[in-house]
Design a protein around this ligand. Structure first.
Ligand code: SF4
Length: 324
């Protein structure tokens, strides 16, 4: 839903770059997308999603037509539900009634920050209060609620992004997506960046911050279902600056495991030399790090590490043993 229904122009947004198209979506497009999707996913397991714009702010008639077009596939059992993404200030009881009636199961809110100064500086056009109220209302209606947040926005900081995560955790969304800010061509943020007014976080600081956020949400039982923009969709064409990496999540997970390993070593006075790091089977490659980066860093600190899978070690946990 490229920019559809959005009366705003956030500093960072170039929906043309993100969605790769500008024409408005029709019920026929829904049918076409469904035909393609059913060929590649088992029937009844997927969801139809209207993402990329402010779905509940588009023309009411068009929104209902699109929902009805999707609803028939849920009624037939081809898909299990419908997800939409929208702005926190584009949710009210009337909209919730329409979404419910048309079998929408999940609503994702583009929160981006919970600092009013950051929201205003980035021309979001909504406040923290809108995030609180829309989350509460959607939960009251029984929707699964997703929060999307951005890191490194204009006028934000490491500390403010941590505070945003703390605030979102207090609202207890069902899912979260974390997007480091990427500067795109033809945006106000791009002008601010080129003039030197907007400074990006370094890549390393972005990984460090997002690793911390991922762990914070995990420790509070909130799944982070996406980290970083999807590749494709013409982001590459509009890209100017910012951390945009196809394996961003794995970089963050690796950073968590490096920190956990070093903490374990310090806390348990593990002697320098050969060590065995035990971790969950699914985490072995993250503990090793891309291009063995974590093992190389440990070696520089005097630890020659091997990694083994252990079913009794939990997610984001490690055990380190000295090896004779
Ligand atoms: S609210 Fe969403 S669609 Fe509208 S300008 Fe901002 S980021 Fe773009």
């Amino acid at each position: 839903m490229p920019h559809a229904g959005c009366p705003h122009q956030c500093t960072f947004c170039n929906q043309k770059s993100i969605s790769g198209q500008l024409k408005s979506i029709t019920p026929e497009d829904v049918d076409k997308a469904v035909r393609i999707a059913v060929e590649s996913s088992p029937e009844g397991e997927g969801e139809i999603a209207f993402f990329g714009g402010s779905f509940t702010a588009i023309d009411r008639g068009q929104m209902i037509c699109l929902l009805q077009s999707a609803k028939k596939y849920v009624l037939r059992g081809t898909f299990k539900g419908i997800r939409v993404s929208t702005r926190p200030d584009a949710i009210d009881e009337e909209i919730c009634d329409i979404l419910k009636e048309n079998l929408v199961t999940s609503v994702e809110l583009g929160c981006q920050s919970t600092d009013n100064e950051v929201l205003a500086a980035n021309k979001r056009g909504h406040t923290v209060r809108d995030i609180e109220e829309s989350t509460e209302l959607l939960k009251k209606y029984g929707f699964e609620v997703g929060h999307q947040m951005m890191t490194g926005l204009y006028k934000s900081s490491y500390e403010k992004d941590i505070k945003t995560a703390e605030k979102l955790i207090s609202l207890f969304p069902d899912t979260v997506r974390i997007y480091p800010t990427v500067v795109l061509e033809n945006t106000e943020l791009c002008s601010l960046y080129r003039s030197g007014e907007y400074k990006l976080m370094s890549d390393d600081e972005t990984v460090e911050l997002c690793a911390k956020l991922l762990l914070m949400f995990h420790e509070n039982g909130i799944p982070v279902i996406r980290m970083g923009l999807h590749s494709g969709g013409n982001v590459e064409e509009g890209y100017v600056a910012g951390f945009y990496h196809p394996a961003f999540r794995q970089l963050c997970e690796s950073r968590i495991y490096l920190r956990k390993t070093l903490e374990y070593i310090e806390k348990n006075n593990i002697k320098k030399g050969n060590v065995l790091i035990k971790t969950a089977p699914s985490a072995v490659s993250s503990v090793i790090g891309q291009k063995r980066s974590n093992l190389d860093l440990l070696r520089q600190s005097g630890y020659s590490a091997k990694v083994s899978a252990s079913a009794d070690v939990g997610r984001f946990e490690v055990k380190v043993e000295e090896q004779i």
